[in-house]
Write a protein that binds this ligand. Structure first.
Ligand code: PMP
Length: 401
């Protein structure tokens, strides 16, 4: 029956983990996957998550199904975290929201919703480059994926002119996917002034902004600051869609905790949108998992836990920032590695686009047991005081050939 099924290619990122696992060298480093690691290179469970888990367990919760759109207490708190207490659509009860299977599920519900109900276009623009999963995800949702320029390879910087010009020449009403903060894979975000200019273009061209916020808190260590783009667009009167993930900022990767929301005109419109979100979700997976949502809700809903969580997020962001400085200093000052490495220090979030080419990344894997994606993207979280010098020395060696 399945004789004609062709072999599909391996997932480019998860494939790296396979190669890493098979490597027996004790110096090996995995910089492929975007999951935070502590200073000893180990997976990290936040203290606040442990406390919230204990609090949830002590309440003696059951294992009943959640409603189709998830735990209402969680989604209300997630919306508040993203949009902020001042947000007009939120205060007037006009944000339609559902829990989702983390950020990926949120994007997929959003893609399906827009493909069915957004009246002006079936075209979605994503940046080049973007998180690899955006493209098949939106295509499978029934949208036509097009690209806007984002990365200036020459200068390892934002191609702001290219970005503006591509949005200006997009068809009126098209959807535009924006990374809310900590752009993956480049680690380069627009400045607040650039976001303001983008908001004008989006308005002028009547584009529909869909924010992917997978790293709130991870870019700057500050929850509100990382929500600047989203909150600015909403304050400027845009209606927006938003995908939220708690994988990174709460370290809830495998718990699959997220939310999808859309701002609407008023509570009556919101109710109609909510009803359609349920119609999309019910035949896909019926209802979401409860455990992660309970943990996230417990953290967001308790002042003491929330404050501690904010400092834990900042701790993760700061550790990454210190690694950026360390690599920069070793390459530039200690080893005097040929090339310009300032971007490693200025990029933000989990990832860095090193500028290493596919031959160099291959050499790093084969000769130095250092694994990263072919495009030279490294997950900063995989570096720590114990391996950063070996990493920098390995980079130096391949750059010198
Ligand atoms: N969007 C972006 C930009 C991401 O980097 C990721 C995670 N790598 C996601 C969405 C979704 O992740 P998850 O489904 O684990 O929340």
């Amino acid at each position: 029956t399945w004789g004609a099924v062709p072999q599909g290619p391996p997932d480019p990122i998860l494939g790296i983990t396979e190669a890493f696992k098979a490597d027996k060298d004790p110096r090996k480093i995995n910089l492929g996957v975007g999951a935070y690691r502590d200073e000893h290179g180990k997976p990290y469970v936040l203290q606040t998550v442990k406390k919230a888990e204990e609090a949830v367990a002590s309440q003696g919760v059951d294992k009943e199904y959640l409603p189709i759109t998830g735990l209402a207490e969680f989604t209300a708190r997630a919306a508040l975290l993203a949009y902020g207490a001042e947000s007009e659509p939120l205060t007037k009860g006009a944000v339609a929201i559902t829990q989702s299977i983390s950020g990926t599920g949120a994007l997929r519900i959003g893609g399906e919703f827009l493909a069915r109900h957004y009246p002006h276009s079936k075209v979605i623009y994503v940046p080049t480059p973007t998180w690899g999963n955006h493209i098949p995800l939106f295509r499978d949702s029934g949208l036509e994926v097009r690209h806007y320029r984002y990365f200036d390879k020459q200068n390892v910087a934002l191609d702001f002119e290219g970005l503006k010009s591509d949005l200006l020449s997009a068809p009126e009403g098209a959807i535009v996917l924006l990374h809310a903060c900590a752009h993956n894979p480049t680690g380069i975000d627009p400045t607040p002034e650039q976001w303001e200019a983008l908001s004008h273009i989006v308005k002028e061209k009547k584009l529909f902004p869909f924010f992917d916020m997978a790293y709130q808190g991870f870019a700057s260590g500050d929850i509100a600051r990382d929500a600047f783009a989203l909150r600015h667009f909403v304050a400027q009167g845009h209606q927006v869609a938003l995908a939220q993930s708690f994988a990174k900022n709460m370290g809830l990767y495998g718990e699959r905790t997220g939310a999808f929301s859309v701002t609407t005109a008023d509570p009556e419109e919101k109710a109609r949108v909510d009803s359609q979100l349920k119609i999309i979700i019910r035949p896909m997976y019926s209802n979401p998992p409860s455990h992660g949502a309970r943990i996230a809700s417990a953290i967001l809903g308790d002042q003491a836990l929330y404050t501690q969580w904010e400092s834990e997020v900042k701790g993760m962001a700061d550790r990454i920032i210190s690694m950026r400085e360390k690599i920069y200093n070793i390459l530039t000052h200690d080893l005097k590695t040929p090339g310009e490495w300032g971007h490693i220090k200025t990029q933000i979030g989990m990832f860095s686009y090193t500028g290493l080419n596919p031959e160099q990344t291959q050499a790093l894997a084969q000769k130095a047991h250092v694994y990263m994606t072919k495009d030279g993207r490294i997950s900063m979280a995989g570096l720590n005081a114990g391996n950063v010098e070996y990493f920098a020395a390995s980079v130096d060696a391949v750059v010198r050939g």
